[in-house]
Unconditional design. Structure first.
Lengths: 114, 115
């Protein structure tokens, strides 16, 4: 399977703990995106990388959130001091720079903060 | 600010029938893309169909077609010959061309297929 891979698929944590999610994009894609999807809503943009450079961050991304993409390959999204409001599905997408501007999504990491 | 509105939270259609999902959007941009994404239960979101705003011809992909009305800022999805595998959440989405790379999604329409 050469699609976008996200790990873990599910994460349950206690309020105040730190969590980290990983996204492995499709190998030749230089663009990588993180979105958050809460129940009953469409995905909301969090941040975007082109290669290793983080080019845009949503104001949804508070200072407890940090995303990295070292070497322009996989990406991690860390949430520090989790809150119950952080419970959501975190989606990663990747896209090639081919002018078609299509984003390919992973299956997501579902976070539950107790 | 750009917004995408899907006014139908849920819809049902009989297998083999045709169904149309509605979407409107608001933007001051002239160049943009519109998408319909499908999200099956517990599975990843996949692109169903894509439309460039500068193209007047409506996009089609097999049983899926759109009715793009740029002046009305309307972008509906028609699914013909509905199949059980079409049951999913459908999201209408928008992206500015040439600039932002983020996609803005609507809240989705859950489509049920009745056997």
């Amino acid at each position: 399977d050469t699609g976008v891979s996200q790990n873990p698929r599910h994460k349950i944590t206690k309020r105040g703990q730190n969590v980290t999610f990983r996204c492995d994009p499709i190998s030749e894609h230089n663009r990588l995106y993180w979105y958050r999807q809460t129940l009953g809503q469409g995905p909301e943009f969090l941040t975007y990388f082109q290669n290793e450079a983080q080019l845009e961050k949503s104001r949804l991304l508070s200072d407890r959130f940090s995303a990295e993409r070292p070497k322009g390959s996989f990406s991690t999204l860390e949430i520090q001091r989790t809150e119950q409001g952080d419970s959501a599905m975190y989606l990663c997408a990747s896209g090639p720079r081919d002018g078609k501007n299509i984003q390919y999504f992973g299956a997501g990491t579902r976070l539950s903060v107790l | 600010a750009q917004t995408v509105t899907q006014s139908q939270p849920e819809m049902s259609v009989q297998e083999a029938e045709t169904v149309t999902l509605s979407c409107t959007y608001d933007t001051s941009e002239s160049d943009y893309y519109l998408f319909w994404y499908k999200q099956p239960p517990s599975r990843q979101m996949i692109l169903v169909i894509r439309q460039e705003a500068y193209k007047q011809q409506n996009a089609t992909e097999n049983r899926f077609s759109v009715n793009f009305q740029k002046a009305a800022k309307s972008f509906s999805l028609k699914i013909s010959d509905s199949q059980l595998g079409d049951a999913a959440m459908y999201f209408c989405a928008y992206r500015i061309m040439y600039r932002d790379d983020k996609i803005i999604f609507g809240k989705g329409t859950r489509l049920h297929i009745l056997p």
